[in-house]
Design a binder for this molecule. Structure first.
Ligand SMILES: Nc1ncnc2c1ncn2[C@@H]1O[C@H](COP(=O)(O)OP(=O)(O)OP(=O)(O)O)[C@@H](O)[C@H]1O
Ligand SMILES: [Mg+2]
Length: 349
């Protein structure tokens, strides 16, 4: 039987895992998708904070889900990862990678030897009369990635690759007509928001913003003294759609409006930065994903602020779905699957 591979997405208090068959082929098949809750003290902000808890959870996840492989690709994308546009002199990719430590020190917040560096070529171009290869530099804090990889290995899994979540999203979501032209994928998680701008499906620009949907919860807790459960309830129930609610909720709505406004501004500023740094560039549409995108009224607020049409992506379109997939796991439209499944796509492992 052809081999499968599992994409692993560490979310806030949750590990999501998608097993995909034929990940490198034209029509990859999702064969299993499962997730397991873990304490937020163990996984938060895209990081493994308590290794032993995560190892136990991964073991449990494998036995519950019945995954048929131990090969995994681990997703990263948080405050510990930096992505920047970069041009380098033309050279084979191996040579470019070797030269990165000498080129990037001044843009890294840590010493070069504490970072993992990679380069994704996008296009050949000319700058100042010289030929260059334009691409994306990805720099991750080594320690943070190693902790994830160690947890995965301690659970007797085999990490064959570590990949950037924004790349996984672009592979999973940029399909069909919605992928053509210049598209911004905006993925609003609990702790971070990832903005990926792609042209005809190829990522050109990635920013990982330190604002997420949990900022709203935090504001409700710190400013109104709600507990975390109440904050999540009121956020989910009303969001920005406050019609019909009693006056006692007005302070909560003000807080939700304000912190959502901060998040929207952060996204808008990121898009503006991209547009202003590239004369003639445009963003034709926003594909909005992540749990934070579920906030009532958020798509409209983002469209109003950016004057760019906002659409919901189709997270399962890229995949065939095998009968082995538990229907309850994908019944909500499969929003949680995009990252985990996207991590595997294109992988030859
Ligand atoms: N229906 C909803 N209305 C409003 N907010 C929601 C809704 N559903 C989920 N959220 C919010 O979405 C966020 C979780 O999104 P997601 O699952 O994409 O994040 P994560 O992957 O766990 O975290 P991160 O990617 O930041 O590490 C939480 O802040 C949650 O409160
Ligand atoms: Mg996430």
């Amino acid at each position: 039987m052809a081999s499968t591979i599992v994409g692993l997405d560490f979310g806030r208090g949750v590990i999501r895992a998608a097993e995909v068959l034929g990940a490198a082929g034209a029509r990859p098949t999702l064969v299993r998708y499962h997730q397991i809750a873990v304490p937020t003290s163990a996984v938060d902000r895209g990081e493994v904070l308590e290794k032993d808890t995560v190892v136990a959870a991964l073991r449990q996840l494998w036995s519950q889900a019945g995954f048929k492989t131990r090969k995994v690709i681990v997703g990263v994308g948080n405050a510990r990862v930096l992505v920047r546009e970069m041009s380098v002199p033309p050279a084979p990719i191996g040579r470019i990678r070797e030269s990165l430590p000498f080129q990037v020190q001044d843009i890294l917040p840590v010493p070069v030897n504490e970072a993992l560096l990679d380069f994704y070529p996008i296009a050949q171009a000319e700058e100042d009369g010289q030929p260059v290869i334009q691409g994306l530099l990805v720099a991750a804090i080594k320690e943070s990635v190693l902790t994830m990889v160690e947890a995965v290995e301690a659970a007797k899994l085999e990490p064959v690759d570590v990949d950037l979540i924004p790349f996984a999203l672009s592979r999973a979501l940029l399909v069909g007509p919605s992928a053509t032209g210049s598209v911004a994928l905006v993925h609003v998680g609990a702790a971070t928001t990832m903005v990926t701008i792609a042209i005809d499906g190829i990522p050109q620009f990635v920013r990982i913003i330190q604002n997420g949907s949990d900022d709203i919860n935090r504001a409700l807790v710190s400013r109104l003294g709600m507990d975390e459960y109440q904050a999540e309830q009121v956020k989910r129930r009303f969001g920005l759609a406050t019609q019909g609610a009693g006056p006692e909720l007005r302070p909560a709505f003000e807080v939700i409006y304000e912190s959502t406004g901060d998040l929207v501004v952060a996204i808008r500023n990121t898009l503006s930065f991209y547009l202003s740094s590239r004369p003639g560039a445009a963003v034709e549409r926003i594909l909005l994903s992540g749990g934070g995108a579920e906030l009532n009224g958020f798509p409209t607020a983002l469209a109003d602020a950016t004057r760019i049409p906002v659409r919901a992506p189709q997270p399962l379109e890229r995949l065939a779905i095998a009968r082995t997939v538990a229907q309850d796991q994908i019944s909500g439209g499969g929003a949680g699957i995009a990252v985990a499944a996207g991590l595997t796509l294109g992988s030859k492992a």
